[in-house]
Design a protein around this ligand. Structure first.
Ligand code: MG
Length: 380
């Protein structure tokens, strides 16, 4: 299924003014995925590939050519029915193959080169690069570094560089097509971007880039999600009080179909919420006899596994217990450790705090205990 507007699909290459090469051939080894990261589905529900195609399709571009890895050819056809060329050994070889493909089809005036792994560039940025290339021969997106950059000699700093004279080069990069082809005739193929190769014929012109136009290289760039959960249970006599998987001596306990561990229930809902899954009431209905009197530690363990099977792993948990009595401060470390064990997290990634409600409302009048939880999940 393509994300392209229909009228973009059958452009005639000849006479087209602006062509784009979308570089999709990277192996994405650093992404931590076992597939090309361009097929990663973004939180918006579309793949990195579709998002980048949409970006170029909405820009002032007449023709898009994908540069792909031969091993991705079949799967790419599910997303793209237009032209494509095969990538080469290095990035420079891949671009050269793309330029040759365009040349064979009659060439163009301006060629835009863009990394598929930068799906968040804006249409305005692509168009600014094109306009610069039309007027000045080139337009390369770049931003001033936010870190202080130094030149080193072995392990010592050899030179302090003025940040304002430096630029972090991104894509899109747009060039006069004929000039870039001339520059490629002198390429060593060790270059890591096209502005370096273009310098064989002229210095490239920098266009103000965007800090939001980051390149997806690692799993951490791909997706993290926050979830929150909340639960309340009624306090009654002759029930055990279990909070965070720990039995706490008290004259009353929480009423519920399971062991009524309000803390673990809030954590379950936080996890399910972040992972886009139905809540605990749907997953473990209180009408199901299998869950009668069950330890909520089992439910939380199953929830963590369920989220994992749906592509999300837990990073950290933060929970707040709202109770008038008993005093929870002495048992907090034990509760933290218990939650960490159930979730298989380091204890420093689990935090629990407790509060009263100043004798106000159902909590303050000791009719019940409530808990809220927040968690961070990482897309696998
Ligand atoms: Mg509950």
């Amino acid at each position: 299924m393509t994300r392209l507007p229909k009228n973009r699909q059958d452009y005639c290459m000849k006479f087209c003014k602006t062509c784009a090469l979308l570089l999709c051939a990277g192996k994405g080894e650093r992404s931590g995925l076992d597939y090309n990261k361009i097929f990663y589905r973004l939180p918006q529900g579309i793949t990195v590939l579709e998002k980048s195609i949409d970006l170029l399709a909405l820009s002032e571009i007449d023709k898009i050519v994908l540069v792909i890895s031969p091993s991705d050819e079949e799967i790419i056809k599910d997303f793209w029915q237009g032209d494509y060329a095969f990538g080469g050994q290095t990035r420079a070889h891949s671009v050269k193959n793309g330029l040759d493909f365009i040349a064979q089809k009659g060439g163009c005036d301006v060629v835009v080169i863009h990394d598929c792994a930068r799906p968040y560039a804006s249409v305005n940025l692509v168009n600014a690069c094109i306009q610069s290339a039309q007027a000045l021969g080139s337009g390369v997106a770049g931003v001033t570094p936010t870190d202080t950059i130094k030149r080193k000699n072995d392990d010592t700093i050899a030179e302090n560089l003025d940040r304002n004279t430096l630029v972090c080069v991104q894509t899109p990069q747009a060039f006069d097509f004929d000039k870039l082809c001339l520059a490629y005739a002198k390429a060593t193929y060790n270059e890591t971007d096209d502005s370096e190769i273009f310098s064989n014929v002229a210095p490239a012109v920098v266009v103000r880039g965007e800090y939001t136009n980051g390149k997806i290289t690692t799993c951490a760039d791909l997706s993290i999600k926050v979830g929150s959960g909340f639960d309340v249970h009624r306090l009654v006599e002759s029930r055990k009080l279990i909070l965070g998987g720990v039995e706490i001596p008290h004259k009353m306990g929480l009423l519920g179909h399971s062991d009524a561990d309000v803390v673990l229930h809030a954590i379950c809902d936080a996890i399910l919420s972040a992972a886009n899954l139905p809540d605990i009431g749907v997953l473990f209905p209180d009408t199901d006899v299998r869950y009668e009197g069950i330890s909520s530690a089992i439910l939380l363990r199953q929830t963590v596994d369920f989220a994992k099977n749906n592509g999300y792993s837990l990073v950290n948990v933060s929970a707040v217990i709202m109770a008038e009595k008993p005093k929870l401060a002495p048992v907090i470390p034990k509760i933290r450790q218990s939650i960490a064990n159930i979730c298989q997290l380091p204890v420093e990634n689990v935090n629990v705090s407790a509060t009263t409600t100043e004798k106000l409302g159902i909590i303050g009048q000791e009719q019940g205990i409530a808990a809220s939880a927040t968690c961070l999940m990482k897309r696998l």
